[in-house]
Design a protein around this ligand. Structure first.
Ligand SMILES: [Zn+2]
Length: 451
C-alpha cells in the first residue's frame, strides 16, 4: 500500500539503499509541494481556536489530534489520560489609572492561575520596580500597594528566548515576592519586544504560606505610559479588576501515534509539540505550529513509504502552558514501559523558518547530532547549538533522554506569544513546512543511526 505513495525513482528501488541526503531531498520536495502542515494548522486554529487546558476547546483538540492521526494512517494511536488544571479568565479584566475624577484605561489581562480581585476591584498606589530583589529591598514600603514590575526583555539579545528567560521571573514569581512584602496586587510588563497595546498572558504561581494576590500583565505601551507618569513624581493610583478563577482539575489526554521501527521497535524517537495553548488569539505559533509540524513530519515519512529501523512517535502533549502534566505523565509512563527512548525532539518556538536545532545532551551525543546536520543543509536548518529542547520533553531529559528543540528564526515570536496576536495570519505556510521537514529529516536519521 505504501508503495503507491513513492514519489521518486530513488526511493522506489528497494534494492539500492537511498542515502540520507536523497531521502532529505524527497522529504523536502514532498513537503514544499503539499504544504500540509499549514492545512493542519488552519483546521486546528479555524475549527477549534485557542485551547486552554481543561476547556471544552482543549477536549475538542484531543479528538481532532486523534482523528488527524487516523486519517494519516499512523500506527498504535492512543490517548494517554492526564488530569489537568482548569483555570478560567472570566468576563471582567480591566485596569485604570485614577487621577482625581479622571480614569485612564490600561490594556491588561490576568495572568494564568491568578486569583480574582473583589468585584469592585482593588484600588491602590503603584510602586514601580525592576526586579524581585528590588521588592525585597523595599520591604514594608510596598505594603498595601500594587507592585508594578517593569524590566523589559533585553533588546540586545539576538536570540529572543534568552531575553524572555531574563525577564520572565517577574511574571512567574512577581506576585509571591510582592505578597511577601505586603502588596495587594502585582502588575507585570508584558513579555514582548514589540511596543503596542496588546497584553500578553502566561503562567504565574503561588506558594504555600504566602497570600495569593491578583496578578495581571499590562501591555508594553501601557507599561511605558505608567512608568512615565510615575517618573514625573506624581503619586499614581490604579484600579485593577479581575474575575478569573480556578475550577477543579479536568481529565484530558496526550495524543500519540507512530511509525513502528522495522528492526528495533522498542527504541523510540519522540517528536512533538503541545496541543494546549493560552486562551488568547488562536495559539497558532504557540504551539499549533509544533503540533502541525510533528504530525506532518510523520505524515511525510509515511507518504514516502519510509519505515525507519527504530520507532518514531508523534506525541501531542497536553498542558504545557500551566502545569506540564502531559509531559510529566508521558515520562512517568515510559519509566515502566520497557521502551528505550533514544531522543526527544520538540517544536515549541514558533512556526517560522527553521535555523537548526538546540541539543541538551552529553558531548558525545551532541557531536553525533552535529554530524547529522549535513542532511539539513539543503533546507538551511543545519545550525546545531548546545542547549535547548522543550518543556514537554524536559521530564524525559531528566530521565537521561537527549533533548532536542527545533530553533526557528525568532525575532517576531514574542511579539505574538500568549496574546491576541497569535493567529494563523502570522504563519507562513512554507516556513512552517520547512520546520516539519527539518523534524522529519533529523528524527528519521536518528531513528536509522541511533545516538
Ligand atoms: Zn509553547
Amino acid at each position: 500500500m505504501l508503495l503507491l505513495f513513492f514519489s521518486s525513482s530513488v526511493l522506489a528501488q528497494p534494492q539500492s539503499q537511498p542515502s540520507i541526503n536523497e531521502i532529505s531531498s524527497e522529504l523536502a520536495k514532498k513537503g514544499l509541494t503539499g504544504l500540509h502542515a499549514f492545512s493542519l494548522l488552519s483546521e486546528l486554529t479555524g475549527k477549534i481556536g485557542n485551547r486552554l487546558s481543561g476547556s471544552p476547546q482543549a477536549a475538542k483538540a484531543v479528538q481532532w489530534g486523534n482523528k488527524a492521526m487516523m486519517n494519516m494512517g499512523f500506527e498504535n494511536i492512543r490517548l494517554e489520560p492526564v488530569m489537568v488544571p482548569h483555570w478560567v479568565r472570566g468576563k471582567t479584566e480591566r485596569a485604570a489609572i485614577i487621577e482625581g475624577k479622571k480614569n485612564t484605561p490600561l490594556a491588561i489581562c490576568a495572568l494564568g492561575g491568578s486569583v480574582a480581585t473583589p468585584t469592585k476591584g482593588i484600588t491602590a498606589e503603584v510602586v514601580e520596580v525592576h526586579s524581585l530583589t528590588e521588592v525585597r529591598d523595599l520591604g514594608n514600603k510596598v505594603k498595601g500597594k500594587i507592585v508594578f514590575y517593569n524590566r523589559p526583555m533585553d533588546p540586545t539579545k539576538l536570540f529572543t528566548f534568552e531575553a524572555y528567560g531574563g525577564a520572565v521571573d517577574q511574571r512567574t514569581e512577581g506576585a509571591v515576592e510582592a505578597a511577601k512584602a505586603g502588596a495587594v496586587a502585582a502588575l507585570v510588563r508584558s513579555m514582548s519586544l514589540a511596543i503596542d497595546n496588546v497584553p500578553h498572558t502566561g503562567a504565574m504561581h503561588y506558594v504555600d504560606g504566602v497570600a495569593e494576590i491578583p496578578s495581571a500583565a499590562v501591555s508594553t505601551a501601557g507599561a511605558d505610559k505608567l512608568s512615565a507618569l510615575l517618573k514625573s513624581g506624581k503619586k499614581v493610583r490604579l484600579r485593577l479588576t479581575l474575575s478569573c478563577k480556578t475550577l477543579p482539575d479536568n481529565e484530558s489526554a496526550n495524543v500519540m501515534g507512530e511509525i513502528r521501527g522495522s528492526e528495533r521497535p522498542n527504541e523510540v524517537v519522540v517528536i512533538g509539540g503541545h496541543l494546549d495553548s493560552w486562551d488568547k488569539g488562536q495559539g497558532a505559533h504557540d504551539d499549533g505550529a509544533g503540533v502541525a509540524q510533528s504530525l506532518e513530519a510523520l505524515c511525510l515519512m509515511r507518504e514516502l513509504g519510509l519505515r525507519p529501523k527504530r520507532t518514531i512517535r508523534c506525541v501531542l502533549f497536553m498542558n504545557e502552558e500551566n502545569g506540564l502534566r502531559g509531559g510529566k505523565a508521558y515520562a512517568e509512563e515510559k519509566r515502566s514501559s520497557g521502551e528505550r527512548h533514544i531522543a526527544a525532539i520538540e517544536s515549541d518556538a514558533g512556526g517560522f523558518a527553521p535555523l537548526g536545532f538546540g541539543v541538551s545532551a552529553d558531548s558525545a551525543v551532541f557531536e553525533k547530532v552535529k554530524n547529522m546536520s549535513g542532511a539539513l543543509q539543503e533546507i538551511g536548518a543545519d545550525r546545531i547549538r548546545k542547549g535547548g529542547g522543550g518543556s514537554d520533553i524536559s521530564p524525559l531529559a531528566s530521565a537521561g533522554v537527549p533533548e532536542i528543540g527545533l530553533i526557528p528564526e525568532n525575532q517576531r515570536y514574542f511579539d505574538y506569544h500568549h496574546s491576541d496576536k497569535d493567529t494563523i495570519d502570522k504563519v507562513n505556510p512554507r516556513e512552517l513546512e520547512l520546520g516539519a521537514i527539518a523534524m522529519a529529516i533529523l528524527s528519521y536519521e536518528i531513528a536509522q543511526e541511533g545516538l
